[in-house]
Ligand binder design. Structure first.
Ligand code: FES
Length: 112
């Protein structure tokens, strides 16, 4: 029996908009989903350790909980000078049904 890809996410990057979908558990994190479908140079360099800061996204539209920030995420964003709550590391956001309808924008170096 096939699983339904019922987690639909819109990813904005540069001038493009990508409609991505997955089922819960298909990817470990939002970073892994994006990495697999959108080519972004150097995106996700530490493969989800929360240390490189190359998977920074801005939450554009979302109503549900995304999960709390852990110590690595907070420290990495602080090092980058980010203090806005709508800027997150995509690798630290688990890909669950709570993300349905999420819209994010991939930030490039210097945008965060
Ligand atoms: S992949 Fe390195 S901080 Fe997210």
């Amino acid at each position: 029996m096939s699983k339904t890809r019922d987690i639909c996410i819109t990813v904005l990057y540069q001038e493009e908009s990508y409609a991505l979908s997955a089922y819960e558990g298909e990817y470990r994190s939002l970073m892994a989903l994006i990495y697999d479908h959108v080519y972004v140079s150097d995106f996700g360099e530490c493969r989800g350790m929360g240390r490189c800061g190359t998977c920074v996204i801005q939450i554009i539209d979302h109503t549900g909980p995304l999960g709390a920030m852990d110590r690595n995420e907070t420290a990495t964003l602080e090092k980058m000078g980010v203090c806005s709550g709508n800027i997150r590391l995509a690798c630290q956001i688990p890909l669950t049904r709570a993300l349905r309808g999420l819209t994010v924008r991939i930030l490039e170096e210097g945008e965060a």
